[in-house]
Design a protein around this ligand. Sequence first.
Ligand SMILES: *[C@@H]1O[C@H](CO)[C@@H](O)[C@H](O)[C@H]1NC(C)=O
Ligand SMILES: *[C@@H]1O[C@H](CO)[C@@H](O)[C@H](O)[C@H]1NC(C)=O
Ligand SMILES: *[C@@H]1O[C@H](CO)[C@@H](O)[C@H](O)[C@H]1NC(C)=O
Length: 457
Amino acid sequence: MEKEPRKLVFRSTTVIFLLILSLIYFDLYWANVISFDQWKKYCSNSETIFNNRKIINETLEENQNSLDFLFSGLLAGEDQSKLKATGFACNTAVYSVHCVAKQPVRIDTRTMTVYVPADLPVQETVMKPYARQEDHNLLKIVTPVKILHGNTTPPVCQYNHEIPAVIFSSSGFVGNVFHEINEIIIPLYITTKNFQSRVLFILEDYKPSFLSKYSKVISRLSSYEVMNPAADQSVHCFPGTVIGLKFHGHLSLNSSDVPKGHKMHDLRLFLRQAYNLKFSHVSQIKRPTLMLLSRRTTRRFLNEDEMVALMEELGFRVIVVARAKAISNLNIFANMINSCNVFVAAHGAGLTNELFLPDGAVMVQVDLIGLEWAGATYYGNPARAMGVHYLRYQIEPEESSLLKIFGRNHTVITDPRSIHDPLGKEAYLNGQNVRINLARFRETLVEALSLVGDSTL
Ligand SMILES: *[C@@H]1O[C@H](CO)[C@@H](O)[C@H](O)[C@H]1NC(C)=O
Ligand SMILES: *[C@@H]1O[C@H](CO)[C@@H](O)[C@H](O)[C@H]1NC(C)=O
Ligand SMILES: *[C@@H]1O[C@H](CO)[C@@H](O)[C@H](O)[C@H]1NC(C)=O
């Protein structure tokens, strides 16, 4: 796809200016289709200029028709009917809420108010555009968006755009790769992929570090510069807008949910292209290569050196990656993990990088006490959906550092399900390290080796 800075922003002034701009628009809109020579030919006599303008008119209509189609695909059932009837509707699910306006809107970035004019009494909707609606504490730090739908008197438009806007927030758990990808990157892909980069992102709670970390993904989903409303402070007109991102499940895509048809396989292909990853299938990696994620603060492997020795003894080339900095540079790290056929880690956000493994690779999650449910829900089940073999190594109490602290008969050890936060979080997530039973762990590694040895997935 061609990438030119198609900034279709202009101030509404004179008719002549509009005429010139419509020609520029024509040029830009068709840049992928019509060569400059053809364009010059179009402009060379008045008759073709007339045809030309006709084409512009049709183009604009087609543009609106295809936008209609894209907007309506973001909702289903009653929400979709409401959108059709009133031009505006929201979908509220357990985890996410997203609203769609399929008609011209004005967005005032000074107050983050979206004006959706309609011949109806004004209805006000306030929402937080972050895909973790069940987490009320977290939502407190997300800047709200106010939507006024009906007989409103919107402020005067300062900038016009030919493409729709999508509003979301980079507040929340930014800094944690699981949350970034789970709550922003995948929902952003789901919500905007079909717009084929012809969409402008308005990022509330704008975090430059987040944008630079995911620049390769974001620049593929939108050809336009991401807007920071706090710095922008003006009024923009758009042919429609989406507020909030659609969520399909933890590290998941559900092809029967709206917008229909998105599959995990497509997302992985998209990521492979974005990060220029070499391997799509594990069979392309000749030598058994294992990445061991080494955590430094909590959930540490206390006998890591012995684990590495065992892996090497079994024939693996072992790459040990300590958390933090190395992992946060996705441009490098995504390629590094893509070149491995086995990935081993204790439960934690780093497992999100399973997304970059080639098909048929093996992910081994060291399942700690009290974290079985989270391990399966956040990483295990998604791995399977990715075409990655998932092996869990469930530790025994003897391998957990919690045994010494609580004693064998304490409910923390005997009945983790009965332990609720904050004790559970403190003990299982933040207070637990593990000394791996090498004899048992060897069996898991041998299984992993046999899976990548005859990779027939
Ligand atoms: C565009 O076409 C419609 C009919 O399809 C017509 O009513 C309208 O006046 C045209 N607009 C321009 C600017 O030519
Ligand atoms: C996928 O989406 C459909 C439609 O919303 C829903 O009925 C189904 O339960 C979802 N499947 C999963 C696994 O979430
Ligand atoms: C745990 O309970 C069992 C039986 O209930 C008992 O025999 C054992 O001594 C207890 N162990 C400890 C360390 O308290």
